[in-house]
Ligand binder design. Sequence first.
Ligand SMILES: C[C@](O)(CO)[C@H](O)COP(=O)(O)OP(=O)(O)OC[C@H]1O[C@@H](n2ccc(N)nc2=O)[C@H](O)[C@@H]1O
Ligand SMILES: Nc1ncnc2c1ncn2[C@@H]1O[C@H](COP(=O)(O)OP(=O)(O)OP(=O)(O)O)[C@@H](O)[C@H]1O
Length: 291
Amino acid sequence: MDKLELKALGKINLGLDILGRRENGYHDVRMVMQTVYLYDRVTLEKTREPGIEISTNLSYLPVNENNIAYKAADLLQREFGIREGIRITLEKHIPVAAGMAGGSSNAAAVLFGMNRMFDLGLSEQGLKDRGVTLGADVPYCIMRGTVLAEGIGEILTPLPPLPKCYVLIAKPPLSASTKTVYEKIDKEGVGSHPDIDGILAGLQKGDLQQVADSMGNVLEQVMLEEYPVLRKIKDVMIGAGALNAMMSGSGPTVFGIFTSRGKAKAAAARLKRQTPVKQAYVTNVHNVRRK
Ligand SMILES: C[C@](O)(CO)[C@H](O)COP(=O)(O)OP(=O)(O)OC[C@H]1O[C@@H](n2ccc(N)nc2=O)[C@H](O)[C@@H]1O
Ligand SMILES: Nc1ncnc2c1ncn2[C@@H]1O[C@H](COP(=O)(O)OP(=O)(O)OP(=O)(O)O)[C@@H](O)[C@H]1O
């Protein structure tokens, strides 16, 4: 196989709790992750010349070793002594630096795809072990679906799927580094812990309302204080009929859970009228595992 086209799916965090801080600055977390059907297209092509070539539709992204997709390819090329080169084309649709694991899912797709193309014989666990050296969200992006993530995000337990719903993804035009957001929490304290067990119980029962009512993200409060527009986006979504709305990961993306596509679309239109949000997408959850 000389060419492979993959979908690199984004994620939202239905729950994100911090249990402690490690000496290296990383945090022990307890998160409920959910894949959404908003994806980047990652195309891998073997080249005769050695090396790694990256191209992308977003001119501001790095195409050198600072791109996490490059790092993923480099890791496998070195470890397995792969002589052929690889061309990676990233057609980006997942908002960048948004708390949706865009880069992590690109890296996951490269690991998964190169394992196949070059017959490396790595198991899913082998891919996850390499993935976590690139970023805490990468192992989850290899696994996908509805998942409990613990440790720094790499200890993964599959959960019953989130019941069918529509997810409105809204990315306001501001950016916050994940590292800075975690550091702010270190200074200000975690505050109240979200009800992760409530989310798990809701998933067990297939009760979407209970899952939505139990959603919580410990990283949200500091971002709400710094960027009041996030509160406005949540209010607009809830006013438009969302079961609940919350920031994903380290933000600034806010997502809302809806039971009808029509309501989600109307909420997106309202957001574009009433807030600075220009990037708003209505999508489904995606529970298909990789084959
Ligand atoms: C916010 C989340 O996206 C929620 O899913 C993840 O926790 C972050 O995952 P990620 O972006 O893949 O994380 P990495 O690229 O490994 O780390 C970025 C920065 O986030 C902080 N970080 C990340 C994960 C974790 N469990 N504790 C942390 O403190 C660290 O300061 C690190 O320097
Ligand atoms: N393939 C890539 N796609 C997107 N961003 C990338 C990529 N490679 C490197 N980056 C850089 O990484 C930074 C974070 O991008 P990314 O979209 O992965 O963040 P994120 O959505 O916050 O991810 P996470 O939820 O895992 O924290 C950006 O500033 C970008 O310049």
